[in-house]
Write a protein that binds this ligand. Structure first.
Ligand SMILES: Nc1ncnc2c1ncn2[C@@H]1O[C@H](COP(=O)(O)OP(=O)(O)OP(=O)(O)O)[C@@H](O)[C@H]1O
Ligand SMILES: [Mg+2]
Length: 279
Protein backbone atom coordinates (compact mmCIF):
# COMPACT_ATOMS: atom_id res chain seq x y z
CA UNK A 1 0.00 0.00 0.00
CA UNK A 2 1.30 3.41 -0.91
CA UNK A 3 1.76 5.70 2.06
CA UNK A 4 1.17 9.34 1.28
CA UNK A 5 3.70 11.80 2.61
CA UNK A 6 4.12 15.36 1.54
CA UNK A 7 3.42 19.04 1.91
CA UNK A 8 -0.33 18.69 2.11
CA UNK A 9 -0.15 16.22 4.98
CA UNK A 10 -1.72 18.55 7.51
CA UNK A 11 -4.81 19.16 5.42
CA UNK A 12 -5.49 15.43 5.11
CA UNK A 13 -7.55 13.10 7.24
CA UNK A 14 -5.13 10.55 8.66
CA UNK A 15 -7.65 8.36 10.48
CA UNK A 16 -11.38 8.07 9.97
CA UNK A 17 -13.54 5.78 12.09
CA UNK A 18 -17.05 5.47 10.70
CA UNK A 19 -19.97 4.04 12.64
CA UNK A 20 -17.70 1.34 14.07
CA UNK A 21 -19.00 -1.29 16.47
CA UNK A 22 -17.02 -4.21 17.81
CA UNK A 23 -17.72 -7.20 19.99
CA UNK A 24 -15.49 -9.94 21.34
CA UNK A 25 -16.47 -13.57 21.17
CA UNK A 26 -16.43 -15.08 24.64
CA UNK A 27 -16.89 -18.64 25.79
CA UNK A 28 -20.11 -18.59 27.79
CA UNK A 29 -19.47 -20.82 30.80
CA UNK A 30 -23.11 -20.85 31.94
CA UNK A 31 -24.08 -22.17 28.55
CA UNK A 32 -21.61 -25.10 28.48
CA UNK A 33 -19.22 -23.44 26.06
CA UNK A 34 -21.69 -21.88 23.65
CA UNK A 35 -20.38 -18.60 22.38
CA UNK A 36 -21.36 -15.38 24.04
CA UNK A 37 -20.39 -11.87 23.09
CA UNK A 38 -18.98 -8.83 24.81
CA UNK A 39 -19.94 -5.59 23.09
CA UNK A 40 -16.80 -3.46 23.49
CA UNK A 41 -17.48 -0.55 21.09
CA UNK A 42 -20.70 0.94 19.76
CA UNK A 43 -21.18 3.35 16.86
CA UNK A 44 -17.81 5.04 17.12
CA UNK A 45 -17.40 7.99 14.74
CA UNK A 46 -14.48 10.41 14.57
CA UNK A 47 -11.77 11.75 12.32
CA UNK A 48 -8.17 12.68 13.02
CA UNK A 49 -6.35 15.17 10.80
CA UNK A 50 -2.76 14.45 9.81
CA UNK A 51 -0.47 15.87 12.47
CA UNK A 52 -3.25 16.08 15.09
CA UNK A 53 -2.75 14.75 18.64
CA UNK A 54 -5.69 13.27 20.53
CA UNK A 55 -6.05 11.74 23.98
CA UNK A 56 -8.56 8.90 24.37
CA UNK A 57 -9.74 8.98 27.96
CA UNK A 58 -11.99 6.52 29.76
CA UNK A 59 -12.26 4.32 32.84
CA UNK A 60 -11.06 0.69 32.96
CA UNK A 61 -12.92 -1.47 30.47
CA UNK A 62 -14.29 1.52 28.52
CA UNK A 63 -12.96 0.18 25.20
CA UNK A 64 -9.85 2.34 24.67
CA UNK A 65 -7.44 -0.50 23.87
CA UNK A 66 -10.02 -2.23 21.68
CA UNK A 67 -10.47 0.94 19.64
CA UNK A 68 -6.74 1.58 19.26
CA UNK A 69 -5.96 -2.05 18.34
CA UNK A 70 -8.62 -1.94 15.63
CA UNK A 71 -7.28 1.33 14.20
CA UNK A 72 -3.78 -0.16 14.05
CA UNK A 73 -5.03 -3.24 12.18
CA UNK A 74 -4.11 -5.57 15.03
CA UNK A 75 -7.48 -7.28 15.38
CA UNK A 76 -7.35 -9.48 12.31
CA UNK A 77 -8.60 -12.53 14.18
CA UNK A 78 -11.86 -10.62 14.52
CA UNK A 79 -11.77 -9.35 10.99
CA UNK A 80 -14.59 -11.42 9.60
CA UNK A 81 -17.16 -8.76 10.36
CA UNK A 82 -20.15 -10.82 9.27
CA UNK A 83 -19.22 -13.68 11.59
CA UNK A 84 -18.89 -11.45 14.63
CA UNK A 85 -21.67 -9.08 13.69
CA UNK A 86 -19.17 -6.25 13.94
CA UNK A 87 -19.71 -3.37 11.58
CA UNK A 88 -18.40 -0.02 10.45
CA UNK A 89 -15.28 1.13 8.65
CA UNK A 90 -11.84 2.42 9.53
CA UNK A 91 -9.83 4.42 6.99
CA UNK A 92 -6.12 5.23 7.17
CA UNK A 93 -5.19 8.04 4.79
CA UNK A 94 -8.40 7.40 2.87
CA UNK A 95 -7.92 3.64 2.46
CA UNK A 96 -10.36 1.38 4.25
CA UNK A 97 -8.65 -1.30 6.34
CA UNK A 98 -9.50 -4.69 4.88
CA UNK A 99 -8.14 -8.19 5.12
CA UNK A 100 -5.81 -7.60 2.13
CA UNK A 101 -4.13 -4.40 3.32
CA UNK A 102 -4.17 -5.01 7.09
CA UNK A 103 -0.49 -6.09 7.11
CA UNK A 104 0.61 -2.96 5.23
CA UNK A 105 -1.38 -0.76 7.58
CA UNK A 106 0.52 -2.28 10.50
CA UNK A 107 3.77 -1.13 8.93
CA UNK A 108 2.54 2.43 8.73
CA UNK A 109 1.29 2.79 12.27
CA UNK A 110 3.62 2.55 15.24
CA UNK A 111 1.69 0.91 18.07
CA UNK A 112 2.93 0.78 21.65
CA UNK A 113 1.03 -1.84 23.62
CA UNK A 114 -0.41 -1.16 27.05
CA UNK A 115 1.67 -4.05 28.40
CA UNK A 116 5.33 -3.65 27.32
CA UNK A 117 5.86 -7.42 27.61
CA UNK A 118 3.67 -7.72 24.50
CA UNK A 119 6.25 -5.67 22.58
CA UNK A 120 9.64 -6.82 23.85
CA UNK A 121 10.70 -10.31 22.87
CA UNK A 122 14.42 -10.19 22.00
CA UNK A 123 17.40 -11.04 24.17
CA UNK A 124 18.68 -7.45 24.29
CA UNK A 125 17.16 -3.98 24.22
CA UNK A 126 19.33 -3.25 21.17
CA UNK A 127 17.84 -6.15 19.21
CA UNK A 128 14.29 -5.20 20.10
CA UNK A 129 14.76 -1.61 18.94
CA UNK A 130 16.67 -2.68 15.81
CA UNK A 131 14.03 -5.27 14.88
CA UNK A 132 11.27 -2.78 13.98
CA UNK A 133 13.71 -0.55 12.16
CA UNK A 134 15.24 -3.32 10.00
CA UNK A 135 11.81 -4.75 9.30
CA UNK A 136 10.49 -1.36 8.21
CA UNK A 137 13.52 -0.66 5.98
CA UNK A 138 13.29 -4.12 4.39
CA UNK A 139 9.60 -3.70 3.73
CA UNK A 140 10.36 -0.41 1.96
CA UNK A 141 13.29 -1.97 0.04
CA UNK A 142 15.62 0.52 1.73
CA UNK A 143 19.23 -0.69 1.51
CA UNK A 144 20.05 0.86 4.90
CA UNK A 145 18.50 -2.33 6.34
CA UNK A 146 21.91 -3.95 5.73
CA UNK A 147 23.99 -1.01 6.92
CA UNK A 148 25.10 -2.08 10.40
CA UNK A 149 26.53 1.36 11.26
CA UNK A 150 23.29 3.09 10.31
CA UNK A 151 21.22 0.63 12.37
CA UNK A 152 23.55 0.98 15.34
CA UNK A 153 23.54 4.78 15.22
CA UNK A 154 19.75 4.97 14.85
CA UNK A 155 19.15 2.55 17.74
CA UNK A 156 21.54 4.47 20.02
CA UNK A 157 19.96 7.82 19.09
CA UNK A 158 16.49 6.44 19.78
CA UNK A 159 17.50 4.99 23.15
CA UNK A 160 19.00 8.34 24.02
CA UNK A 161 15.71 10.07 23.17
CA UNK A 162 13.75 7.90 25.60
CA UNK A 163 16.36 8.27 28.34
CA UNK A 164 17.62 4.67 28.06
CA UNK A 165 21.21 5.50 27.16
CA UNK A 166 23.58 2.59 27.98
CA UNK A 167 20.71 0.09 28.34
CA UNK A 168 21.22 -1.44 24.88
CA UNK A 169 22.80 -4.67 26.16
CA UNK A 170 20.27 -5.28 28.94
CA UNK A 171 17.82 -8.16 28.72
CA UNK A 172 14.40 -6.51 28.23
CA UNK A 173 12.72 -8.98 30.57
CA UNK A 174 14.80 -7.69 33.49
CA UNK A 175 14.20 -3.97 32.95
CA UNK A 176 11.93 -2.21 35.45
CA UNK A 177 8.32 -1.79 34.28
CA UNK A 178 8.87 1.92 33.56
CA UNK A 179 12.05 1.16 31.60
CA UNK A 180 10.15 -1.48 29.62
CA UNK A 181 7.55 1.17 28.71
CA UNK A 182 10.32 3.42 27.40
CA UNK A 183 12.02 0.57 25.53
CA UNK A 184 8.67 -0.36 23.92
CA UNK A 185 8.30 3.26 22.79
CA UNK A 186 11.84 3.15 21.35
CA UNK A 187 10.96 0.09 19.24
CA UNK A 188 8.58 2.22 17.21
CA UNK A 189 10.34 5.60 17.35
CA UNK A 190 13.34 3.94 15.69
CA UNK A 191 11.55 3.67 12.34
CA UNK A 192 9.67 6.95 12.59
CA UNK A 193 6.17 5.96 11.45
CA UNK A 194 3.80 8.76 10.41
CA UNK A 195 1.05 7.68 12.86
CA UNK A 196 1.83 6.77 16.48
CA UNK A 197 -0.65 5.05 18.76
CA UNK A 198 0.33 4.68 22.40
CA UNK A 199 -1.86 2.68 24.76
CA UNK A 200 -1.46 3.93 28.36
CA UNK A 201 2.06 5.19 27.74
CA UNK A 202 2.80 6.99 31.01
CA UNK A 203 1.84 4.32 33.54
CA UNK A 204 4.70 3.51 35.94
CA UNK A 205 7.04 6.24 34.73
CA UNK A 206 8.80 8.14 37.52
CA UNK A 207 8.29 11.94 37.54
CA UNK A 208 11.49 12.69 35.62
CA UNK A 209 10.84 10.08 32.94
CA UNK A 210 7.19 11.15 32.75
CA UNK A 211 8.19 14.77 32.07
CA UNK A 212 10.84 13.65 29.60
CA UNK A 213 8.27 11.41 27.93
CA UNK A 214 5.60 14.14 27.67
CA UNK A 215 8.09 16.61 26.20
CA UNK A 216 9.26 13.98 23.74
CA UNK A 217 5.82 13.00 22.44
CA UNK A 218 4.68 16.62 22.29
CA UNK A 219 7.70 17.48 20.16
CA UNK A 220 7.02 14.77 17.57
CA UNK A 221 5.26 16.22 14.54
CA UNK A 222 3.17 13.11 14.15
CA UNK A 223 -0.44 12.10 14.09
CA UNK A 224 -0.81 10.62 17.55
CA UNK A 225 -3.47 8.88 19.57
CA UNK A 226 -2.82 8.03 23.19
CA UNK A 227 -5.14 6.30 25.59
CA UNK A 228 -4.83 7.25 29.21
CA UNK A 229 -6.40 7.47 32.66
CA UNK A 230 -3.75 10.07 33.46
CA UNK A 231 -5.89 13.20 33.25
CA UNK A 232 -2.89 15.45 33.76
CA UNK A 233 -1.12 13.80 30.81
CA UNK A 234 -4.19 14.36 28.61
CA UNK A 235 -4.36 17.98 29.77
CA UNK A 236 -0.72 18.57 28.91
CA UNK A 237 -0.63 16.48 25.75
CA UNK A 238 -3.51 17.39 23.48
CA UNK A 239 -5.99 20.19 22.80
CA UNK A 240 -8.59 17.64 21.74
CA UNK A 241 -9.73 14.54 23.59
CA UNK A 242 -12.31 11.82 23.19
CA UNK A 243 -13.92 10.43 26.30
CA UNK A 244 -15.17 6.86 26.00
CA UNK A 245 -17.44 5.17 28.50
CA UNK A 246 -18.95 1.73 28.14
CA UNK A 247 -17.91 1.47 24.49
CA UNK A 248 -19.40 4.80 23.40
CA UNK A 249 -17.91 8.22 22.74
CA UNK A 250 -19.49 10.53 25.30
CA UNK A 251 -17.36 13.58 24.48
CA UNK A 252 -15.25 14.81 21.56
CA UNK A 253 -13.81 18.28 21.98
CA UNK A 254 -11.55 20.60 23.95
CA UNK A 255 -9.48 18.78 26.60
CA UNK A 256 -9.12 21.92 28.71
CA UNK A 257 -12.87 22.53 28.82
CA UNK A 258 -14.02 19.04 29.71
CA UNK A 259 -11.30 18.31 32.26
CA UNK A 260 -12.67 21.17 34.39
CA UNK A 261 -16.13 19.59 34.45
CA UNK A 262 -16.07 17.52 37.62
CA UNK A 263 -19.69 16.33 37.42
CA UNK A 264 -19.30 15.08 33.85
CA UNK A 265 -16.03 13.33 34.70
CA UNK A 266 -17.46 11.63 37.81
CA UNK A 267 -20.53 10.53 35.83
CA UNK A 268 -18.18 8.82 33.39
CA UNK A 269 -15.96 7.03 35.91
CA UNK A 270 -13.19 9.65 35.84
CA UNK A 271 -11.87 12.39 38.10
CA UNK A 272 -10.47 15.90 37.83
CA UNK A 273 -6.80 16.24 36.90
CA UNK A 274 -4.63 16.87 39.98
CA UNK A 275 -4.01 20.37 38.64
CA UNK A 276 -7.71 21.24 39.20
CA UNK A 277 -8.33 19.57 42.55
CA UNK A 278 -8.88 21.76 45.63
CA UNK A 279 -9.33 24.83 43.48
N1 LIG B 1 -9.93 -10.59 24.38
C1 LIG B 1 -11.07 -10.23 24.95
N2 LIG B 1 -12.11 -11.09 25.03
C2 LIG B 1 -13.28 -10.73 25.59
N3 LIG B 1 -13.53 -9.50 26.11
C3 LIG B 1 -12.53 -8.61 26.06
C4 LIG B 1 -11.25 -8.92 25.50
N4 LIG B 1 -10.47 -7.83 25.59
C5 LIG B 1 -11.22 -6.88 26.20
N5 LIG B 1 -12.44 -7.35 26.48
C6 LIG B 1 -13.54 -6.61 27.12
O1 LIG B 1 -13.85 -5.47 26.31
C7 LIG B 1 -14.10 -4.32 27.11
C8 LIG B 1 -13.16 -3.20 26.70
O2 LIG B 1 -11.83 -3.59 27.02
P1 LIG B 1 -10.56 -2.67 26.72
O3 LIG B 1 -9.37 -3.47 27.07
O4 LIG B 1 -10.68 -2.14 25.34
O5 LIG B 1 -10.79 -1.48 27.76
P2 LIG B 1 -9.82 -0.28 28.18
O6 LIG B 1 -10.63 0.97 28.10
O7 LIG B 1 -8.59 -0.35 27.37
O8 LIG B 1 -9.53 -0.62 29.71
P3 LIG B 1 -8.20 -0.35 30.60
O9 LIG B 1 -8.25 1.07 31.01
O10 LIG B 1 -8.39 -1.27 31.77
O11 LIG B 1 -7.00 -0.69 29.79
C9 LIG B 1 -13.91 -4.77 28.56
O12 LIG B 1 -15.16 -5.04 29.11
C10 LIG B 1 -13.09 -6.04 28.46
O13 LIG B 1 -13.40 -6.93 29.50
MG1 LIG C 1 -6.62 -0.63 27.83
Amino acid sequence: MEFIKGENLNSMTAIKVENFSFRYIQANRQNCGNLGYKQALENIDFEVSAGEKISIIGPNGAGKSTLLLNIAGLMDEYFDLKLNNNCGKIFIYGKQINIKNIYDIRQQIGFVFQNPDDQLFSTSVFEDVAFGLVNFLNKNKDLRANDKDYIKETVYLTLNKVNLKNKEDEIPHFLSYGEKKLAALATILSYDPEILILDEPSSNLDPRNRDNFINLIKSLGKTMLISTHDMDLAYEFSERCLIINDGKIVYDGSTKEILKNKDFLLENGLNLPLAFRNS
